[in-house]
Design a protein around this ligand. Sequence first.
Ligand code: S3P
Length: 169
Amino acid sequence: MNPTQSVFLVGLPGSGKSTVGRQLARRLGLPFVDSDHVIEQRIGSSIRAFFDREGEAAFRDLEAQVIDEVTAGPLAVIATGGGAVLRPENRVHLHERGRVVYLRSTPEDLFRRLRHDRHRPLLQVADPLARLKDLHAQRHPLYAETAHFAIDTGRPSVATLVNMILMQL
Ligand code: S3P
């Protein structure tokens, strides 16, 4: 395949954006970029530490700047942070500058995958499943609006998910 557009992956934390994105990039012969990783390189610390130090609003400002830059950059497969769709300008940039794939997962599946995760600041709460349900309710419409199509991540292997995406690009 000879891609003419970048591919942006959106979805809740734990939906597989980085894992699927890496394999998809290999299949398309494109570089893989993780926008959270770009942010961490820029701030020189983990996102969790930055959240604790500066708060969520400062993180969202930085995230918007990085999303603007990477979506306007060279062709790539780009995994975005789960909250990247919260800012309207990010939604526009993502939708207009490439093909956007929503990796759709249920809160229960995400909970199973993330139970032991200590890196995601928004899930460091007493009841992470309830938090994931809230995030899903709030963000599902934003992911759906931003994406050109959605893929259900429930059962298929990563390789199958990649094939499903390749068929719809
Ligand atoms: C966030 C998701 C994280 C990261 C930050 C905020 C969110 O990315 O950007 O912790 O608001 O859902 P992942 O989706 O890769 O976990």
